[in-house]
Write a protein that binds this ligand. Structure first.
Ligand code: GLN
Length: 175
């Protein structure tokens, strides 16, 4: 299975480590050609404005959108989820920095498809609403925290920053 990690900015190393733990050697995606023949791609958390701007260079965004439309699975964590919504790839309304500033970041437990897992929220967005084709996989307080539309997964938290592998395993199955 060919799984890529968008290697521009953010929690790249953490995702890489998780995939290795699950027996997958990821492809580090830095250029438009790297999107070719991927079964799945992870867009890490970080700063969505920065990642978005860098994606505009070298035809990266175009290659990403094309690959998703051609059936590649994709998972956006936090900033990655914001970008999936911004690029019109998933039908959700998402509000940036909705829990407050960096100091308001926190760790808690949430139910992901009925299983309790640890969840780290870092200047996280809130998924306020989701369209009909979107499946809700987890919720916390007044917002959805994991959603799926076909082969597109978005989480507002960071599964790559805990010891739990549930969401990475789930994504690999999607691929
Ligand atoms: N606050 C960041 C943004 O809006 C996202 C933070 C994160 O990915 N942990 O882009």
């Amino acid at each position: 299975m060919r799984i890529g990690i968008l290697d521009i900015q953010g929690s790249v190393e953490e995702h890489k480590k998780k995939l290795f733990q699950l027996g997958v050697k990821p492809i580090m995606v830095k250029s438009a050609e790297d999107f070719e023949r991927l079964d799945g791609l992870i867009i890490p958390g970080g700063e969505s404005t920065t990642i978005g701007l860098l994606l505009e260079t070298g035809g990266l965004k175009k290659a990403l959108v094309k690959a998703v439309r051609c059936g590649m699975a994709v998972w956006g964590t936090c900033a990655g989820a914001i970008l999936l919504s911004k690029f019109g790839l998933i039908d959700i309304e998402i509000e940036r920095n909705a829990y407050g500033r960096q100091i308001d970041s926190f760790e808690t437990e949430i139910a992901f498809l009925g299983k309790t897992i640890p969840a780290v929220f870092i200047r996280a967005p809130k998924i306020r609403s989701a369209g009909k084709p979107v499946e809700i996989l987890s919720e916390y307080g007044d917002s959805k925290t994991a959603v799926r539309q076909g082969k597109i997964l978005a989480t507002s938290f960071h599964p790559e920053m805990t010891d739990d592998r549930t969401v990475h395993r789930y994504f690999l199955k999607m691929c």
